[in-house]
Design a protein around this ligand. Structure first.
Ligand SMILES: Cc1ncc(COP(=O)(O)O)c(C=O)c1O
Length: 404
């Protein structure tokens, strides 16, 4: 038995299904904005477990709260109440539009619950034809059948048909198509306030408000998927606050647990009421350890100073990437909000976003992609200005090398 990356990778390739294609390093521990592989190499983590590790790695307050809860009790089920779940639900209600909370374990489960709830809410009002869910091109909502049916990217659905009926997609930003599509058959419109996986796409100003207006008029619900954009990622606790538009339902996950698996649906009172006794559930939902972590994360990120910090370092990152776009000509667009940042490669750049990720990794910086042409940066929210400079140096050197 050795602890060499190459040996462990070789073993991993023999036992895992090949659905992921991880970098050939085995990460072992983390500290703040850095992670270390089993051979002790250090990497600046500009991925944060894909927009999850909001407080960075090994945050002392988070670790202490999790450790305390582990010593108290690990799991209880929903046959009983537990204090961490209650306290996290109270925080979510206090700091959002919502009155009711349903906990689950991942983003895809939160979307699944939103879709079920939207249909059931209509059914409870005698509107049994109101079953359609409208989502948007390039969206990503998860991999289970309900979430997958709403995920408007053919590559994710290919070969897994038949999809659930009742789902359709519109182009983001097409106000006329939105007006025309939403009807008395629409149970809900489902949208990411900023598309993450689909390319870090910010909808045109006023589009979320149009979704609100049109759904209200048609008697349909509006669901925001804030799984990637929520929990301070964009410099507000929830991204929809930038547009002052309020949904009826919101899906959360990723950053909420600071690294432990958790998902949540938060809903207006009358909507939440449709999850009546026995209608939905999951064994692990409201797990006290995950919820204790969630309380620490929310307490940490939900202050004006912290939110301003996220906005400032996010601006520094975008400004630096924009400078690289000008000096190298290899990026045609830099976009996003707060620390959800995407840099799209120029059409004539003879390399892919994965090549940029690989080059930066060889320089000790971890990046991610959002499709073949967009480099995505979703680092821990606690990164500082020196981390941003370190990332920009590695990206700049990578671009110079790739351009040749
Ligand atoms: C916007 C959005 N929705 C849903 C999901 C699915 O979440 P999970 O991977 O936790 O199931 C993701 C994950 O990337 C996401 O970014």
């Amino acid at each position: 038995m050795t602890d060499r990356n190459a040996d462990l990778v070789a073993r991993a390739k023999r036992v895992f299904t090949p659905n992921y294609s991880p970098a050939e390093i085995v990460l072992d521990r983390g500290e703040g904005a850095y992670v270390f592989d089993v051979e002790g190499h250090r990497y600046l983590d500009m991925v944060g477990g894909i927009a999850v590790s909001a407080l960075g790695h090994n945050h002392p307050v988070l670790i202490e709260a999790i450790a305390a809860q582990i010593h108290r009790v690990l799991h209880l089920s929903n046959l009983y109440y537990n204090r961490p779940a209650l306290e996290l639900a109270e925080r979510l209600v206090a700091h959002s539009f919502a009155d009711r909370v349903f906990f689950c374990n991942s983003g895809t489960e939160a979307i699944e619950a939103c879709v079920k709830l939207a249909r059931r809410y209509a059914y409870d009002r005698g509107e049994t034809d109101r079953v359609e869910i409208i989502s948007f091109e390039h969206s990503f909502h998860g991999r289970t059948y309900g979430a997958l049916a709403a995920t408007a990217q053919p590559k994710y659905q290919e070969g897994f048909g038949p999809m659930l009926p009742g789902f359709s997609w519109l182009p983001v930003g097409d106000f006329a198509a939105l007006e025309a599509a939403v009807s008395s058959k629409t149970a809900a419109v489902l949208i990411e306030p900023i598309q993450g996986e689909g390319g870090v796409n910010v909808p045109p100003s006023g589009f979320l408000a149009a979704c609100r207006r049109v759904t209200e008029r048609a008697g349909a619900l509006l669901i925001f998927d804030e799984i990637q954009t929520g929990i301070a990622r964009t410099g507000r606790l929830f991204a929809h606050e930038h547009e002052a538009v309020t949904p009826d339902l919101m899906a959360l996950a990723k950053g909420l647990g600071g690294g432990l698996p958790i998902g949540a649906v938060v809903a207006r009172a009358d909507v939440g009421a449709s999850l009546a006794v026995g209608r939905h559930g999951t064994t692990f939902g409201g797990n006290p350890v995950a919820c204790a972590a969630g309380c620490v994360v929310l307490d940490h990120v939900n202050s004006p100073e912290f939110l301003a910090h996220v906005s400032q370092v996010g601006e520094q990152l975008r400004a630096g990437l924009t400078e690289l776009a000008v000096s190298t000509g290899a990026f045609k667009d830099v976009r996003g909000r707060g620390l959800l940042v995407g840099a799209e490669l120029a059409d004539d750049a003879p390399f892919s976003s994965a090549d940029v990720v690989k080059g930066a990794r060889s320089r000790g910086v971890l990046l991610h992609v959002a499709g073949p042409r967009v480099v995505r940066l979703v680092p821990p929210l606690v990164i500082d200005s020196a981390h941003v400079d370190e990332a920009l140096d590695a990206i700049g050197a990578t671009m110079s090398e790739l351009i040749g």
